[in-house]
Design a protein around this ligand. Sequence first.
Ligand SMILES: [Zn+2]
Length: 179
Amino acid sequence: MCCFIRSTLLAQDLGSDKLRSSYVYSLPTEKGKKVFISQGYKGWFSHKKQFALDFKLKEGSPIYAAREGVVYQCASHNTKGGMNKKYLSQGNHIIIQHEDGSYAAYWHLKHNGVSVVKGEKVAKGQQIGYSGNTGYSTSAHLHFEVYTYNEKGNQVTFPTQFETSKGIRQLKAYRFYRR
Ligand SMILES: [Zn+2]
């Protein structure tokens, strides 16, 4: 269980869980390995207003791009994390911009756990980093969300669908999935 990012990540103008795009994302985890969703969309702990997913992963697990795009922002210098809001700004992360203007954020990566650089073009399924427990996070996991900006300049997260070993799915909390 875990994590939170910045208090500006509000989805206040989202009335429903409807998909905004038919794009099918790839699971950001290792091919063939089962992964547990420890917190799902609008999760009680820290996703109350977010369409975000927490993938429970051991520190150092490889992370893969869920969709192709360009690295918009990344940080890997942070070393600390824990269940304290003082760590909110200390999460290592990668943000990838997609061709439709949306962004995917991958959070809590381990120290020096970013394999890409800002401006780099990444392919879907490309290994981009390693999971960890930096920032506001109670245990090692990957926080993943897709968002755009609304007219007021606020980030608005939205639901996405994924290719899984059992077909195309919207991921649900407390279930296992396999790429
Ligand atoms: Zn999270």
